[in-house]
Design a protein around this ligand. Structure first.
Ligand code: SAJ
Length: 436
């Protein structure tokens, strides 16, 4: 099948790079977003996200007059829905006394509804947003069928998960294998034809519910594996072991690949998606639920370490380095670093945070430093929360000259204990009770 005009609904970290990439491959692309600011920025040729390579591709697409941003969905040959599926902050589900988070599918519902007046025979609709199992058949298809057309016979409908890693989106969009799940084999074929425009990785066809489950399994697998690493960090402290050394040694085994512990799991994917399984089948998702609990509790472990380092937290000044949810990105969503800072403040500490990728971030209850120097100058403790390359490269000899702090706490194994100790710091590391 051939498609000449594409409508991409949702212009965030996935929708915008996807829209720009299709436009660079000859398709006429209309990008739709409900945020008028975003539309205005994009139609000026600028972009509102920080992701390597997106701006260049986007600028070329605009220059070639292949991309246009709009507030309203319009007629097209194919539609891609790439809107957020966060969890509801105000409501929880409950199963046998266990509370779990619920998916907020409002944006997907609205996006699908916006397509209805424009849907024509032979069109293709693809849902890319991470969604609970059966969303494509049980939620999206019935909405689209309000057009009077039948999903699977009058128009094609697919679920195709995005799998790109923030920081490497432009590369992975093209090179990763793409799973395309159709509600019928013909739909999957239409989806494959669309992505063949630029995907160099394998494109594999399946049914839509399998594709939904594949996406959730990938992120849940990672979440559970990080949880075991975090649990090991607590166990190592109990037994007088350095978890980082122990993991490195365990990973010499040819079939073992233990991930890294840290202050917790953040971002809008791994910390959210496993809940979709728990919500859909709590009675079958015990391990997944408990892994989520372990990862969500990890910021508390950071507080425990800080107390161990400082004696007590009340009125102690802490310089918190990093607020992003992971290294070398500017994304602060669901960041465990922010959660750790809030908990430290609850216990009376005075925290100044420094985030080089978003120095002007405005986060509830978090006091931003003007610079690294400002954060550390009168601190009692320097707390490393994110392994940004520039933090890992800090020289304790230089830092020692700019700070009153005599204690450093590294939660991500970003620093070398000896180097800090040589500069007169007491050095603590999460998961390591050899260094204290
Ligand atoms: N983290 C650890 N220890 C580790 C690895 C990660 O604590 O060993 C933490 C990170 O610091 C971060 C969180 O986990 O807070 C998630 O980071 P990540 O790099 O594991 O994943 P994301 O959320 O940036 O991207 C994931 C990817 N999924 C998988 O690797 C299975 C990506 O491919 C997906 O496209 C993305 O979720 C998504 O959008 O779903």
């Amino acid at each position: 099948m051939k498609f000449s005009k594409l409508c991409v609904i949702g212009l965030g970290y996935i929708g915008l790079p996807t829209a720009a990439t299709f436009a660079m491959h000859g398709m006429e692309v209309v990008g739709v977003d409900i945020n008028p600011n975003v539309i205005e920025i994009l139609n000026r040729g600028e972009i509102h996200i920080h992701e390597p390579g997106v701006h260049e591709t986007f600028r070329k697409a605009v220059h070639a007059k292949k991309f246009r941003a709009a507030l309203q969905t319009e007629t097209a040959d194919a539609f891609i829905i790439a809107v957020p599926t966060p969890f509801k902050h105000e409501a929880l589900g409950e199963y046998r006394g266990i509370a779990y988070k619920l998916a907020d599918m409002q944006a997907v519902t609205s996006a699908a509804e916006s397509i209805v007046p424009h849907l024509k025979k032979g069109n293709l609709v693809i849902l890319e947003s991470t969604s609970p199992p059966r969303t494509t058949v049980d939620l999206v298809a019935p909405i689209l069928e309000k057009s009077g057309l039948k999903a699977g016979s009058d128009f094609f409908l697919c679920y195709s998960p995005e799998r790109v890693l923030p920081g490497q989106i432009m590369k992975e969009l093209v090179e990763n294998a793409r799973v395309v799940g159709g509600i019928t084999p013909e739909s999957a074929q239409a989806g494959q034809d669309l992505y063949a425009a630029f995907v160099k990785g394998q494109i594999v066809k399946t049914d839509s519910t399998t594709a939904e489950m594949v996406k959730l399994m990938e992120n849940t697998h990672r979440d559970v594996n990080i949880a075991i690493a975090n649990e090991f960090s607590r166990l190592a402290e109990k037994f007088g072991v350095d978890v980082w050394e122990a993991i490195a040694l365990a990973n010499l085994h040819p079939r073992i690949k233990i991930l890294s512990p840290g202050p917790g799991v953040g971002g809008h994917c791994i910390s959210v998606d496993p809940w979709f399984f728990v919500e859909a089948a709590p009675e079958l998702s015990q391990l997944i639920y408990h892994a989520r609990q372990v990862n969500d509790e990890q910021p508390r472990f950071v507080v425990k370490k800080a107390r161990q380092a400082l004696g007590e937290l009340k009125n102690k000044k802490i310089a918190a380095l990093g607020l992003a949810y992971k290294p070398d990105v500017d994304d602060l969503r669901e960041s465990p670093a922010s959660e750790a800072i809030r908990l430290l403040q609850k216990d009376g500490a005075q925290v100044k945070a420094w985030e080089p990728f978003k120095p002007n971030a405005q986060l509830k209850e978090i006091h931003m430093a003007a610079s690294l120097e400002d954060a550390i100058q009168d601190a009692d403790l320097i707390l490393l929360l994110v392994k940004h390359s520039q933090f890992a490269a800090l020289d304790p000899h230089e830092i020692q000259k700019q700070t009153s702090a005599k204690i450093a706490l590294d939660t991500v194994n970003g620093w070398t204990a000896e180097a800090w100790k040589q500069q007169g710091f007491r050095f603590f590391r999460l998961g390591d009770s050899k260094n204290k």
